[in-house]
Write a protein that binds this ligand. Structure first.
Ligand code: GRF
Length: 199
């Protein structure tokens, strides 16, 4: 399918998805990278890969509804079928949720439903939780509240932020493309998919 990757920052997950496509592990096409931060490194990554990117500045619009209507037009123009959020730091509103119902996916660096929202890794460590991890989930109107598609965790084992963060990102870069491949190409229920990712 044609996908759009939404990102606000470094874009390492975008890179992992693009690499998986190039290596034949993920059958999809990144039609567009969308960012709300024109200066984000993800824009440079897209340029290097020859993938089209589109930047917008939310403050230049009177409302989320208006910028989402503009984005919707762009996405339709590029025949995008799925929105893949990868470090996109904004909630998706009703316009896009309706236009891409059940076709918006996010990755979050915690074992949801624990630690939604910002700095999930910091939250995990501050809580003294024994395990850290990552979750791929459907996007709904809430903050990291949509149904879970796949999840993986590992023991924190007294390690510091840097080590845990590194392991999280490594896990993300494997789990996200692998989960998307299943989601796009195996017509199974979410529950079955979730169970199979645990195996
Ligand atoms: C990742 O940890 C992702 O789980 C979270 O934001 C971070 C984005 O990192 N939603 P990157 O921009 O893909 O490197």
């Amino acid at each position: 399918p044609k996908i759009a990757v939404f990102a606000s920052g470094n874009g390492s997950n975008f890179q992992a998805i693009a690499d998986a496509i190039q290596e034949g592990r993920l059958n999809a096409e990144i039609a567009l990278v969308v960012t709300d931060k024109p200066e984000a490194f993800v824009v440079e990554r897209a340029r290097r890969l020859g993938i089209k990117s589109f930047s917008f500045i939310p403050a230049q619009y009177d409302s989320k509804q208006l910028y989402e209507e503009m984005l919707k037009e762009k996405l339709v123009e590029h025949k995008v079928e799925w929105l893949i959020l990868a470090g996109f730091m904004r909630l998706i509103g009703p316009v896009l949720l309706e236009a891409f119902e059940n076709r918006i996916i996010n990755i979050h660096p915690s074992v949801l439903p624990a630690f939604p929202g910002k700095d999930a890794i910091g939250q995990t460590l501050a809580s003294g939780a024994e395990r850290a991890g990552v979750t791929v989930h459907y996007v709904d109107a809430g903050m990291d509240t949509g149904s879970i598609i796949s999840q993986q965790s590992f023991p924190v084992a007294g390690r510091g932020r840097e080590a845990v963060e590194e392991e999280i990102h490594k896990l993300e870069h494997e789990l996200y493309p692998a989960t998307l491949q299943k989601l796009f190409h195996q017509p199974v229920k979410t529950k079955d998919l979730y169970d199979s990712m645990q195996g």
